[in-house]
Unconditional design. Structure first.
Lengths: 243, 583
């Protein structure tokens, strides 16, 4: 298992964000976490790169308990794409994409720009044309692709994506989703994708985990989910998104 | 008080008898009036003897000072070998400049080295400096000592003598500071009217004024209207009720009176302008105003280390009467003569300085003519002061950046206490600058050091506030992503927060710098020089050209600093951020 959460709990003050969540993501697999805001999906995602420290349970990445890993090194080994891109506005596109190899230092740092260029091409951007631009000079869709390239440049075995296409318009989103599928075909990396859009989840993920109120209601491949919702909530959710 | 004491004591004041009505009797009016009359007669006789003693006996113990100083024996000084210069200061108004210059030149004539610090702040700063030993001597007034420094709420009996005895005793006891025997004149509030008004309404005293007041308009300074020893008390004592009271700025009150816009003003009895406008000063026949006798105030350190200098200063005791002082003020404020020249001529006239002695230096040489020609004539001094101003501003700002930026960064890492610390620094900003300077004198003396510390403290807040807010609020998504991708907190600070906050930090530095350039003009109040110097002396001498010779370069300097740091702000703005801001 690339990612593994077992009976993970997390409280923010009196509010329980996670109440004993268990989830596994296999190597090369993409699992989508679907749920309403406040269901705990982002909190769970952030447990895997230790941006959130759970109160209980066990979180493992690559078979190792994250508590045994240095958080900074863990994060450098883990791809991450936030909703708003989170590009550094004062760095060029190429430099942004080269962030992780540079942070890792050594031989990787020397290769950082070349690796970043490859990653940009992988997400469908012309590195030669756009590499020297600044984030604000790009479209929203292009920015999210740069964020994806930045996550890929370190060649991680896991990528965490937190509503990566949620802020894009419908056309850009469709393009970005296509790019994501292409990338996954080229580089089959384990992915955990948080989204509130069930259609997106069905389109991009091998399995879909439905979260509600800090608990996973059901995990199943999209077709299976459609065929046999395990709980009333999942059934209602499917019904609502049946267009 | 024995009669003999009084005679000797009054010898000084008696000099004025020939030129002007001597100070009126106090409190127990009748009894005192009789006594004073007797004293005047005796004093006239004593005058000759007294002056002879004063003039002739430079090494002797002076008789006029004896009675008031019975407990404090005047040391038998010589023109002594004091290695450090005697620091002579003044308060920021014309008369104080003249008296300090008289002290300074007299000391120089007796072989002492002198360090002049004219125009020190107001009473708190001048007296604070004296108390701390940063200043050795400055001219002060007994009424001010009584009300402003000792904080007394009533005037002791015994008139000028009673007040002098009280302040001399209390200052020695409380501060170890010594009042030398009075110089010989009082500078009290002078309620003045035009000569024509006085003749038409037969006004000679304030009681006469009370009778005529309902038909007169008074033009009074805000200070006088407000303070209890001003109009409110005066009106109560005399039953004064003016037809109207108009608040006037000190600078315009004489003109307002002369032009007929008002009928009565509050002046100072030795103002040079009283004579110029041929005004009549009404006698305070009910002794409302406390006595304001001028005297040299000498600090403890000077008494200990330079008794010879203290003795030399007593040579001026009793030598300046009100008419003389008025004439000197007039030379300075009306004729525009340099302070040093006014002083050297007077010392020569008094026989206290060698004839032909030149003024040691004449820093107050004042050009007359157009503003442009004044500025041109003063270009060297303006250049020198601008340089000093820049030194003060630059050094204090640099220190504030070196402390404020790291402090702001530190607070970003320690947010729990951050707001408290920033507010604490902000609180410094609310301390009035003159008060801050005054607080600092006991610790740091006067001159450049307290000015630098004050300017440093004032510059701190904008820099700390902007640094802290700038790094704290730097692009949160970018900061979060940088952390999530494996930047250490130090890397986040260095590569993300700081570059993104740089323009905001710089804006703080810019704000601090402009405030600093303006505030640095106040450095002149503690003798630190800079462009405030001509502003302070210009205000003191009612010389607007002098004020502008400081204010114009200071304003230009502030503009220049603002523009330069605006450029720096753009320079440190990261490219990606700048474009976004522009777009």
């Amino acid at each position: 298992m690339q990612l593994s959460a077992a009976q993970v709990t997390k409280h923010y003050g009196a509010v329980a964000a996670l109440r004993g969540v268990s989830l596994d993501v296999a190597a090369g697999e993409c699992v989508a976490l679907v749920g309403e805001s406040g269901s705990g999906k982002t909190t769970l995602l952030r447990c895997f790169n230790r941006m959130v420290e759970p109160d209980g349970g066990r979180v493992a990445v690559g078979g190792r308990d994250v508590l045994e890993l240095d958080p900074v090194l863990l994060r450098r080994a883990t791809g991450y794409v936030p909703q708003d891109g989170g590009l550094l506005p004062h760095w060029t596109v190429l430099r942004n994409a080269a962030l992780v190899p540079r942070l890792r230092g050594g031989a990787e740092a020397a290769q950082a720009e070349a690796v970043a260029g490859d990653a940009l091409r992988l997400v469908g951007l012309d590195a030669a044309r756009l590499g020297e631009r600044y984030p604000h000079e790009l479209s929203g869709g292009q920015r999210q692709r740069v964020a994806l390239a930045r996550a890929l440049a370190g060649r991680p075995s896991v990528i965490l994506l937190d509503e990566p296409f949620g802020a894009l318009d419908a056309i850009s989103r469709a393009d970005a989703q296509r790019t994501f599928l292409d990338v996954r075909r080229a580089r089959p990396t384990a992915c955990l994708l948080v989204t509130h859009d069930l259609h997106e989840a069905e389109r991009l993920a091998d399995r879909v985990a439905v979260m509600r109120d800090g608990v996973i209601e059901q995990v199943a491949p999209p077709a299976e989910l459609r065929a046999g919702p395990a709980t009333e909530y999942v059934a209602r959710l499917l019904q609502r998104t049946q267009l | 008080m024995s009669t003999a004491d009084a005679i000797v004591r009054r010898t000084a004041g008696a000099l004025s008898v020939e030129q002007r009505d001597p100070p009126s009797p106090r409190r127990h009016a009748r009894w005192l009036a009789a006594r004073t009359y007797a004293l005047r007669v005796v004093a006239l006789l004593a005058c000759a003897i007294g002056s002879a003693v004063v003039a002739g006996a430079q090494n002797a113990t002076r008789s006029p000072s004896r009675s008031t100083l019975d407990a404090q024996v005047v040391p038998r000084g010589r023109a002594a070998a004091v290695t450090r210069p005697i620091v002579v200061a003044s308060k920021p108004f014309g008369e104080s400049y003249i008296l300090a210059e008289l002290f300074a030149q007299l000391l120089e004539a007796r072989g002492f080295q002198v360090d002049r610090r004219p125009g020190l702040g107001a009473t708190e700063i001048a007296f604070g400096s004296l108390r701390s030993g940063a200043v050795d001597v400055y001219p002060e007034y007994t009424g001010t000592g009584l009300l402003a420094i000792l904080g007394a709420d009533s005037v002791p009996a015994g008139g000028a003598r009673g007040t002098f005895d009280l302040v001399a005793r209390e200052f020695a006891r409380v501060y170890g500071v010594r009042w030398l025997p009075p110089l010989g004149f009082e500078n009290t509030y002078a309620i003045a009217v035009r000569r024509e008004t006085a003749q038409r309404l037969r006004l000679g005293t304030l009681s006469d004024l009370a009778r005529a007041a309902p038909s007169l308009t008074a033009g009074l300074t805000a200070d006088f209207i407000g303070r209890p020893d001003g109009l409110p008390g005066l009106a109560r004592r005399y039953g004064l009720r003016f037809a109207a009271v108009r608040p006037l700025l000190p600078a315009v009150k004489y003109q307002a009176l002369a032009s007929g816009a008002v009928d009565v003003i509050d002046g100072y009895s030795t103002d040079g302008l009283i004579a110029r406008y041929d005004l009549v000063v009404l006698e305070d026949d009910l002794d409302f105003f406390p006595p304001y006798e001028a005297a040299a105030l000498v600090g403890a350190r000077a008494q200990r280390e330079a008794p010879g200098a203290v003795l030399a200063l007593t040579e001026l005791s009793g030598r300046l009467d009100e008419a003389t002082m008025r004439a000197l003020n007039r030379q300075l404020e009306v004729d525009g003569a340099p302070v040093a020249e006014v002083a050297v001529a007077e010392l020569r006239r008094l026989g206290l300085a060698a004839v032909g002695r030149r003024a040691a230096d004449a820093p107050q040489r004042r050009a007359r003519g157009s503003l442009a020609s004044t500025l041109w004539a003063e270009r060297a001094a303006i250049g020198r002061r601008t340089l000093r101003h820049l030194e003060l501003t630059g050094a204090s700002l640099l220190a504030a950046v070196l402390v404020g930026v790291p402090l702001g960064l530190l607070l970003e890492r320690w947010r729990g206490g951050a707001e408290g610390v920033v507010r604490g620094v902000g609180l410094l900003q609310t301390v009035p600058s003159i008060a801050l300077l005054a607080f600092m004198i006991p610790l740091l003396g006067i001159g450049v050091v307290p000015a630098l510390v004050a300017l440093f403290l004032y510059s701190l807040y904008p820099i700390v506030r902007n640094t802290y807010s700038g790094v704290r609020d730097a692009d949160p998504p970018a900061v979060s992503a940088a952390r999530a991708l494996g930047m250490t907190p130090a890397q986040v600070l260095r590569h993300v927060r700081l570059p993104l906050a740089a323009p905001i930090v710089m804006a703080g530095v810019r704000t601090a710098a402009v405030i600093n350039v303006g505030t640095a003009t106040l450095a002149a109040f503690v003798g630190a020089g800079g462009l405030g110097e001509p502003i302070v002396s210009g205000l003191a001498l009612a010389d607007s050209r002098q004020v502008l010779a400081g204010a114009i370069p200071a304003a230009l300097l502030a503009l220049l600093v603002d523009v330069a740091l605006g450029g720096a702000e753009r320079l440190v703005t990261p490219r990606g951020v700048r474009r976004r801001a522009a777009g």
